[in-house]
Design a protein around this ligand. Structure first.
Ligand SMILES: [Fe+2]
Ligand SMILES: [Fe+2]
Length: 165
């Protein structure tokens, strides 16, 4: 089935949204790196890379469906943070926003009977559950150490071992 123009627009918006997240995370990574938190920075660089990969997946899907790709305007990322908790809370807010958008696209696909888009979107709904759990878990642990340097160093060390996708 040819790609409905409303779906094409929604998928293109999602490409922009994923790139927006990628840039926001790159800025967070740079902030953490400059703040001497190499493990957290590594985790965030990986996260930025992963979001760019999501954008590519949406691009490939639009093209596979015979649609046209048009990337929109990317927001200037937030660059000032109080502490690592603040950084990861901002990342969680981003993920929750993305989840809401993917749910909206899923609803749109259902409402216009675009069954071909559902399996693709399913993957992203599942991905968002994982992302929110991962980022939310880090927020919780960071809150628990309450700024204690030993606790922060432990979390930093652990996040530094994150593998690439
Ligand atoms: Fe994503
Ligand atoms: Fe994400």
């Amino acid at each position: 089935m040819a790609l409905d123009e409303r779906m094409e627009a929604a998928l293109n918006d999602q490409v922009t949204c994923e790139l927006d997240a990628s840039l926001a995370y790159l800025q967070m990574a740079a902030h953490l790196d400059g703040d001497d938190r190499p493990g957290m920075a590594h985790w965030m660089y990986e996260q930025s890379h992963e979001e760019a990969g999501h954008a590519k997946q949406f691009i490939e899907f639009v093209l596979a469906r015979g649609g046209r790709v048009e990337i929109g305007r990317i927001q200037t990322p937030v660059s000032k943070f109080d502490d690592p908790v603040h950084v990861f809370e901002e990342a969680l807010r981003h993920e929750q926003h993305v989840t809401g958008r993917i749910r909206d696209i899923y609803r749109l696909a259902t409402s216009i009977d675009d069954l071909e888009s559902l399996p693709f979107l399913h993957g992203f709904l599942a991905e968002q559950v994982e992302e929110e759990a991962a980022v939310g878990g880090i927020c919780e642990r960071l809150r628990r150490v309450q700024g204690d340097e030993v606790g922060l160093a432990l979390i930093d060390h652990e996040l530094g071992s994150r593998g690439g996708e």
